[in-house]
Design a binder for this molecule. Structure first.
Ligand SMILES: Cc1ncc(COP(=O)(O)O)c(C=O)c1O
Length: 387
């Protein structure tokens, strides 16, 4: 990073520089779906998802479809904390108080099998939630919708909500049929986290716009990428339009850091490792499967979630005032492990586990046993059980 910054200094984002070119070449060679060859970089997920939403709208306008401006999101989703990204998501806690600022975009039910919003059961449901998404699209008027946005595996709102395999291929087909862009928000799931390069790779789907951050900089530098295909870029260019950048987007130091992070991930096969270690962590967490206050353990690779309930048979949540998740997290810190507090109603109490992809066996044991003790401590504190 220091070398790149010293060599290149500050250059506004639209110019190609050696560190930007090196990163894009690496992404094209080893990481991205073949058709998503065009890249734009922001400094974080919200910024870059905001750019994706603007791009979808600008693309519609460039094609003479000025009536397409809505973004259809899903319940129990989070896409960032700018006005457009909060509007597209349904992280109700983070939207509270901001209502008047947020455009009233359509929303579709979450794909949340544990408490199916349509009160159905998989596989008998035939993934009715994706039909419900299409119904919401039709109701909104597909000719008014620029894009559908979704996380391949839901992250911070409901702790690693993992859809059935049919969901994404059907979502892809619905978007194509209605001429609506599909934006995959892979800010959390991308760059190996789930044991594949990207979450959509589990489902064999290529979105029109893929946004992915977090893992790209490996925590060393702020960077998030937007990747899309040529038709979208050339439509804007032909219309004389452009996707506005942020001053510190594609920052030289961040591009250099990301290039090195990806080089190390390739060299050490860390995506495959996420899958292997994810299986181990999942297996070890299996000991909690019968726990009276664990409703479900879910997720893929090293993005796993655990949902807690007061009564497992009735799926009755703890009372809001119990702040159960906060108690698990606090007790976890006492154990030396930070569990990501997740969960909004109806998935009220849940945590996520997202360790570094370099995690080893001892750390898996520390996480899992730490969670067992943190959970027991939170239960004792909440229900006053003996011991
Ligand atoms: C799926 C998803 N989208 C967007 C964001 C927002 O990213 P940032 O916090 O970098 O702005 C997050 C952050 O957790 C996320 O998980």
């Amino acid at each position: 990073m220091a070398q790149a910054i010293t060599r290149e200094g500050f250059v506004v984002p639209p110019f190609a520089t050696p560190s930007r070119l090196a990163l894009v070449e690496r992404l094209r060679a080893s990481w991205l779906p073949e058709s998503l060859r065009y890249a734009y970089f922001g400094s974080g997920g919200s910024e870059t998802m905001d750019a994706a939403i603007r791009l979808a709208r600008q693309y519609a306008a460039a094609r003479g479809e000025a009536g397409r401006w809505k973004i259809l999101g899903r319940d129990l989703s989070y896409h960032g904390t700018t006005v457009t990204t909060l509007a597209a998501g349904r992280q109700t806690k983070r939207r509270a108080q901001l209502g008047p600022l947020l455009p009233d975009w359509p929303t579709a039910p979450a794909c949340y099998c544990l408490r199916c919003p349509l009160e159905k059961t998989y596989p008998g449901c035939a993934v009715a939630c994706v039909d419900a998404l299409e119904a919401a699209l039709v109701e909104a008027g597909p000719e008014t919708v620029a894009a559908v946005v979704a996380e391949p595996i839901g992250g911070s709102t409901a702790a690693a909500l993992d859809p059935p395999d049919e969901y994404w291929p059907r979502l892809r087909e619905i978007c194509t049929r209605h001429g609506v862009l599909l934006i995959a928000d892979e800010v959390m799931t991308g760059f190996g986290r789930t044991g594949r390069n990207f979450g959509v790779d589990h489902f064999g789907v290529v979105p029109d716009i893929l946004v992915s951050g977090k893992g790209l900089g490996g925590g060393y530098a702020p960077i998030c990428g937007l990747f899309t295909h040529e038709a979208i870029v050339s439509a804007l260019a032909e219309a004389g339009d452009e996707l506005m950048f942020f001053t510190y987007g594609a920052h030289t130091g961040s591009c250099a850091a990301a290039d090195k992070v990806l080089e190390i991930m390739e060299r050490e096969s860390l995506v495959a490792r996420a899958e292997t270690m994810g299986r181990k962590l999942r297996a070890r967490l299996g000991k909690l499967e019968g726990h009276p206050h664990v409703a479900e353990i879910r997720g893929r690779g090293l993005m796993l979630g655990v949902e807690f309930v007061k009564d497992r048979d009735a799926l009755e949540p703890f009372a809001k005032e119990d702040n159960f998740t906060a108690r698990v997290v606090a007790a976890g810190i006492g154990e030396g492990v930070f569990f990501y507090p997740s969960g909004i109603d109806p998935a009220r109490d849940a945590i996520m586990l997202g360790p570094p992809l370099t995690i080893g066996d001892d750390e898996i044991e520390a996480m899992a046993s730490g969670l067992e003790r943190a959970l027991d401590s939170a239960v004792r504190y909440t229900l006053g059980a003996p011991g």
